[in-house]
Design a binder for this molecule. Sequence first.
Ligand SMILES: Cc1cc2nc3c(=O)[nH]c(=O)nc-3n(C[C@H](O)[C@H](O)[C@H](O)COP(=O)(O)OP(=O)(O)OC[C@H]3O[C@@H](n4cnc5c(N)ncnc54)[C@H](O)[C@@H]3O)c2cc1C
Length: 432
Amino acid sequence: MKYDVAVVGGGVAGLTAAIYAAKAGKRTIVVEKQERLGGRAVTNKISGAYFNLGGHALYFGDAHETFRELGLSLQGNKPSIDAYGIWKGKLSTLPMGVGSLLTTPLLSLKGKMEFAAWLTKLGKLDMRAFDRISLREWIERNVHDPMVRNLFYSLLRTASFAAAPDLQAAGPVLQQLKNALQGVLYLDRGWGTMIDELTQKALGHGVQILAKSKAVSVEHRGGLVQHVLCEDGTKVEANHIILAVPPAAAHRLVPHAEATALHTWKEQAIEITTACLDVALRRLPKPKQQLVYGIDQTVFLSNQSRAATLSDDGAQVISLLKYQGTDKNPEKDLQELEQTLDMVQPGWRSELVEKQFLPRMTVCHDFMHLKRLENPGPAVPEIAGLYVAGEWATHGEMLVDAATASAKRAVQHVLSHTDSGRATTYEHRDVI
Ligand SMILES: Cc1cc2nc3c(=O)[nH]c(=O)nc-3n(C[C@H](O)[C@H](O)[C@H](O)COP(=O)(O)OP(=O)(O)OC[C@H]3O[C@@H](n4cnc5c(N)ncnc54)[C@H](O)[C@@H]3O)c2cc1C
């Protein structure tokens, strides 16, 4: 089998890369180890309810723009942002609009004025100016009222899915909050529908899909990529190979990776994980309490059914997340998530249709943090024709936006190096 482009990994990044390569006329194949495409963006239908692998919302960032450009329908809706905060064991109205800002008991008058000023100021800031300081430094330096600070920690943690303010570079997280303040999209029948649409687009552009095929090696010779070798012995020859798999997997696949940038990218990577509890309830015991941010707890709750169809029979699908730091204790996390549900939807157990608990999901394999030496990809400079993509190969984007943006960067690189014949030298990596 000989291709222009082989993509290893059929998640959002791999599928996006394959579609753009095929659209540009390249003979393209995707090699995916699972039977099902989609990676972490799949949806499981259980007892008539659609559960993503933990709560997923599409921000109005690069992925949304990319999917629209590709013609995906993305059926779903923007949820209301009326929210509550958990503070000292109690639920209080969060200041998410003018009305709730006036009535919230969480802020003093001075705090309300500072918070309101920030909400208008945020939209105007150039977030790139804060790429080299930590989130904590930004908050402590710029936000004065202690309770406004607490609210910022909570909103920024939720927008970025990470409870790591000392490590997170402030710029990308503030940008993500700016995107989040425009609202998000919850998708009907979950993110799996987006994957189905991406798969159809890929097939429509002539992409070959080799599912249930685990890549075990990406061979190279004389500084040029040669082929992907699969577990069952299948050899996929390609001029260009895009590794849309996690950094450690990319490193494992490439012989002598320790002599390449893949080594740095694997070593510098810091993973972010969450514990996820999703429940389908016949009805909501407290219909008004659908969106809750932990302020002094690193939890989040959202009834996604308030905006999207997530069950066949009207059951309400609520997603809860516990943002994990270094301290991971699945039993404790489950207890904390269930206690949150007890507080927000008392009596939920007697309305329960189905439940999914995922104790430790990797939200991202790496992100823009202050210990990072360089931004990964798109090209692996030591091996011509080898590229990386995935949410960890971020150059400032977050989550699925980083998956699509890195995929497009890789394809752009492929195209700029095929039009003039294969390049012998590669641009220097983006050292930060
Ligand atoms: C709980 C949770 C909540 C999230 N919520 C949001 C959200 O609200 N908004 C948002 O924007 N993002 C969210 N995300 C992040 C989003 O899901 C990911 O950024 C995105 O799905 C990553 O896509 P990817 O293609 O980079 O990686 P993956 O989805 O991990 O894809 C990698 C693929 O490579 C395959 N693979 C690995 N090794 C091999 C091999 N050797 N051979 C062949 N195939 C291989 C895997 O099977 C997989 O299909 C969330 C993630 C989690 C876990």
